[in-house]
Write a protein that binds this ligand. Structure first.
Ligand code: ADP
Length: 748
């Protein structure tokens, strides 16, 4: 047991110095930790501090090693996680919490193996891995688990050889040797220790040399090859003296003393024991003092100097109790119990035996506790790892969720854009369709219009063609009616009257088609409007008398005024309204013309007390060819109002109607006018009331004296003949078939 304690003590102390610098500036490291620095810098500073405090303030070292571990895990820095585990492992090792230490070191081992398998040629990974293996081996060795210890030492040795790491080769070989020694396989024990010695001699490292000589001495000592043992312990003595390594000397003196005791060279032995005792007391090396006192106790027991033996054992026991070295407490109690047995003091022997047993129990309990603590520690560490894994999972989950959210939003946005584009495209398509439909409609309506125009033109042409034969029928009929008498005259009158109706119809159609062809040009001339209207109205007087219909003209206000207006169109409108009024008014009724002149508008109203218009008909009466229910027994074409309305619109005005069945109708024409000036009454009468027949008569009379010449331009032969027949009595007649010929004749 005593050997273990020393070996382990040396290994752990020496080994960190292999990897970590000890001359560090604590203040600057603490500054690094307190300031804002990158995590890698903080991890490195924490690890340096952990190693710095490892053997002096182990709890501080644990604090910094855990700090390094947490930071490394947060950043997933595998190398640093492993380094933190090693630091923690060694910390707990120092605190003799071996299970916890093993648990951390095994974790580091796992990571380092992973790292190395990924980068098999990376020597610093090998270096890390061999350190961990060596530390694990030491703990197993100390626990007496040699099989495990040897396995890890071999791993260390293999890796150390791969990177030619001399000190590690020496240490691992030596330790393998020590394992074999404890397993009592002295051949192998010597073999590995000689291997270690070879390397130590090669490097010349004093502490390594001491270790190797010491180990060999130990082996030969247990083999009872005392000369060899003495030789190697003497080598140790020389090196340590040379090196002035006093702690090692404490141990070497005892080893030599043990050899001399075995050789029964008691004086020499005592000398060396005393040297060791003095030096250990001088250095205040408790372990050394316990060990040397214990060995001296044995020595004096052997020589049956029980008093001295009891003294030394008691001293060893006190010190062992003081520093809590239970192994020595137990062993010393055991020795004392045996001693008292030998001297026959059984009471004391029993007392020490009980003490020995209690200590043994507490060692056992401690070991059990340590085992339990180890399990707990593993559980804690595992739990901590689980927590970290959970946190990682949570972070991953959150980042996944965040990613889902981002991708989801992008997808949604894309969807919205797609939908928007789809709607926009559809709208575009629809617009295009509507546009096309509109174009089609326009084209159709243009076609229809053209068709309509063509129809109107055709009507105009054909009705025009009707007029000539009608005139040729009516003219000769009129002549004959004037010449004959009796029954035939009445028959011809019927023929004449119907021809006249036909001519009116034809004229109506011709008028409408002219308007429909849409020549919106106004043929304006100046006239005194009231006089003009009066003349038209009065022309119905005789007809009204025959039909026994009363007439009245009402001028609302003001004098007659000269306006510039399309007289022909106005006359046609008024004629239409008046002829309808008379047509739909029965005998006993009345027709009124009301004129109301405003500043820029004239309201001309034709009011009758006739049959009135059915409510259902009113909205249709301005439509072409529409005839109301009231027109059943009345001749008509349904053209008049439509024609009048169009003319009114062409002149910028409109016609409105109010009517009630059986009460009468009121048609009002509203026209915009521009008044030029007021009319002098006579002039108005003259302008408005000139009779064309009178005018013609006047002109004819004027030229009658010397039978003037007249040029008739007419393409219809019969019409030519008819006209010549009427006019030849008063004129010299010239005939031309068309305008061109007519002009030629005029020049002649
Ligand atoms: P029509 O040749 O049939 O008179 P119009 O276009 O002049 O054609 O008139 C359309 C219809 O309006 C007539 O059929 C008639 O029913 C009605 N109408 C027009 N003027 C009057 C009116 N003064 N009194 C009653 N009904 C009228």
């Amino acid at each position: 047991m005593k050997h273990h304690a020393y070996v382990f003590f040396l290994l752990v102390l020496i080994f960190p110095t292999l990897l970590y610098p000890q001359n560090i500036d604590v203040d600057s490291l603490l500054k690094v930790l307190s300031q804002k620095n990158h995590d890698t810098i903080k991890i490195s500073a924490s690890l340096d501090l952990a190693w710095y405090y490892m053997y002096t303030k182990t709890d501080s070292a644990i604090f910094y090693a855990e700090k390094a571990l947490n930071l490394s895990q947060a950043n997933n820095y595998k190398e640093n996680i492993s380094a933190s585990y090693i630091a923690l492992g060694i910390c707990y090792n120092t605190k003799t919490e071996y299970s916890k230490a093993l648990s951390y070191l095994n974790k580091s081992l796992k990571i380092e193996n992973e790292l190395l398998s990924k980068n098999p040629d990376f020597s610093s990974y090998k270096r890390g891995l061999l350190v961990t293996n060596l530390d694990i081996g030491n703990i197993y060795f100390f626990q007496g688990n040699y099989a495990q210890a040897i396995e890890h030492y071999f791993q260390t040795l293999k890796l150390a050889e791969e990177i030619d790491f001399k000190k590690a080769i020496c240490l691992s070989s030596g330790n393998i040797g020590l394992c074999y020694k404890d397993l009592k396989d002295y051949t192998k024990a010597l073999e590995y220790n000689y291997k270690a010695l070879g390397v130590a001699i090669e490097t010349g490292n004093k502490s390594d040399l001491h270790q190797c000589y010491n180990n060999l001495g130990d082996i030969y000592f247990v083999m009872s090859e005392l000369d060899s043992a003495k030789m190697y312990f003497t080598n140790c003595l020389n090196i340590n003296k040379e090196d002035n390594n006093e702690p090692n000397l404490v141990k070497t003196y005892v080893n030599l003393a043990n050899v001399y005791t075995k050789e029964k060279k008691y004086d020499k032995a005592l000398r060396y024991y005393k040297l060791s005792l003095e030096l250990s007391e001088k250095l205040d090396l408790k372990d050394g003092q316990i060990n040397v006192n214990f060995m001296m106790g044995k020595y004096f027991s052997l020589l049956k100097n029980y008093k001295s033996a009891i003294n030394h054992f008691t001293k060893s026991l006190e010190l062992a109790k003081e520093i809590g070295n239970l192994q020595f407490v137990m062993q010393t109690n055991n020795e004392l119990s045996l001693l008292y047995q030998n001297i026959g003091d059984y009471k004391k022997a029993l007392q020490y035996y009980i003490d020995k047993s209690i200590t043994e129990d507490s060692i056992f309990t401690l070991k059990s506790n340590e085992k339990i603590a180890g399990i707990e520690a593993r559980y804690e560490i595992e739990q901590k790892d689980n927590e970290i894994a959970k946190q990682k999972l949570q972070i991953e989950k959150e980042s996944k969720r965040r990613n889902y959210l981002i991708f989801g939003s992008i997808a949604l946005l894309l969807l919205v854009i797609l939908i928007y584009q789809w709607i926009a495209n559809r709208q575009k398509r629809k617009n295009k369709e509507t546009e096309l439909a509109l174009k089609l409609k326009k084209a159709e309506s243009k076609n229809l219009k053209e068709l309509n125009n063509a129809k109107s033109r055709f009507f105009a042409n054909i009705t025009h063609e009707f007029r000539t034969p009608l005139t040729l029928i009516m003219g000769p009929l009129q002549d004959v009616i004037g010449k004959i008498k009796g029954e035939d005259k009445e028959i011809l009158k019927i023929a004449h009257s119907n021809s006249k109706k036909l001519l009116t119809l034809v004229n109506d159609i011709l008028d409408l088609s002219t308007v429909e062809e849409g020549s919106p040009e106004l043929n304006k001339s100046e006239t005194c409007i009231l006089s003009f209207l009066k003349r038209i109205f009065y022309s119905y007087e005789s007809y009204a008398k025959i039909r026994q219909i009363g007439t009245e003209i009402v001028i609302a206000e003001g004098n007659d005024v000269l306006v510039n207006i399309d007289l022909a169109k106005l006359e046609k409108i008024i004629n239409n309204l008046l002829s309808n009024a008379f047509k739909y008014t029965e005998s006993g009724g009345s027709v009124k013309l009301l004129v109301d002149m405003k500043k820029d508008t004239v309201f001309i109203t034709v009011k009758d007390t006739g049959v009135g218009i059915d409510e259902k008909d009113i909205k249709y009466i301005f439509e072409r060819y529409y005839q109301g229910l009231n027109s059943e027994n009345i001749t008509g074409t349904g053209i008049g109002l439509s024609f009048a309305n169009r003319l009114a619109k062409m002149m910028g005005g409109k016609i409105s109607v109010e009517s009630k069945r059986k009460e009468g109708s009121i048609f009002t024409l509203q026209l915009p006018i521009v008044i030029i000036k007021e009319c002098i009454e006579d002039l108005g009468a003259l302008q408005g009331g000139i009779n064309i027949e009178e005018k013609a008569d006047y002109k004819v009379k004027a030229i009658f004296a010397d039978k003037p010449r007249i040029l008739i331009v007419e393409d219809n032969y019969e019409m030519q003949k008819y006209l010549s027949g009427i006019l030849k009595e008063y004129f010299h007649i010239d005939l031309a078939e068309n305008g061109f010929e007519g002009l030629k004749k005029l020049k002649e």
